[in-house]
Design a protein around this ligand. Structure first.
Ligand SMILES: [Zn+2]
Ligand SMILES: [Zn+2]
Length: 237
């Protein structure tokens, strides 16, 4: 797009902060406003080195959380920028459940540009999105994971693959289920029929809860030959 069209679009649709909706003035429209940038909670250390769970503000060394200590995980690591609460929860909720798919780019850019050594984007060969069952896709109209994954893929010039993983079974929403119930509910819900031999893959999604879905995906990806499997999400519930 030429600068003229950019200026015209900005005139009629002034860029707004994705979190609070305030005008961004001269800032690019992919960014949160300075006030929201201050208010967004990110996970400080200590964190669980496996699933990325933050342990609050108590200082100390990183250590495994109780779940990662007792259960074997198929994924190598999972990382979330911060907790699913406040501004972040509100933005993700609007994005996913109120059909605000225009929030995909700012949220995706927020994830793609997040500066933390534990989000080593450039070390990866392939970006994957979490497939939605066709029934869920029809209801929502878009796959939130794919829209975010596309942003990360473009920003870091890493190939995006959204066909290798497929959802073969519709699963009930997992919100009411406990960790082990989620595991049972999601088991066998995906297939992966590609050869990912030797590849380092990152799965992108909006929210990570217990990690059961990521783990089930990772089980399939490992069987397909992937050597490193990480999950990167915007927020952790
Ligand atoms: Zn704001
Ligand atoms: Zn953990």
């Amino acid at each position: 797009m030429t600068p003229f069209w950019h200026a015209l679009i900005d005139f009629f649709f002034p860029p707004k902060c994705l979190f609070c909706g305030s005008s961004l003035g001269e800032l690019p429209d992919d960014h949160p406003c300075p006030l929201c940038t201050e208010r967004i909670k990110v996970f400080p250390h200590p964190r669980c080195p496996c699933c990325g769970l933050g342990f609050g503000d108590t200082p100390g060394e990183d250590h495994l959380c109780s779940q990662c200590l007792t259960e074997e995980r198929y994924f190598t690591r999972a990382r979330a920028i911060g907790p699913y609460e406040g501004l972040m929860a509100d933005a993700i909720h609007r994005f996913k459940y109120q059909g605000a798919s225009r929030l995909a780019k700012p949220l995706g850019t927020f994830l793609a540009e997040y500066k933390d050594p534990e989000f080593p984007f450039s070390d990866f060969d392939l970006i994957l999105s979490v497939p939605l069952h066709p029934r869920r896709l029809r209801q929502r109209g878009f796959n939130q994971s794919l829209l975010l994954a596309r942003c990360v893929s473009r920003t870091h010039s890493i190939s995006l693959d959204f066909t290798t993983l497929q959802r073969t079974r519709h699963t009930e929403p997992q919100t009411q289920l406990s960790g082990s119930e989620r595991q049972k509910n999601i088991r066998g819900a995906f297939v992966c029929d590609a050869d990912l031999g030797g590849l380092r893959v990152a799965v992108i999604d909006d929210v990570l809860t217990t990690g059961a879905t990521l783990d089930e995906l990772a089980r399939n990806l490992r069987r397909a030959g992937a050597v490193l499997i990480e999950g990167w999400v915007v927020a952790r519930a």
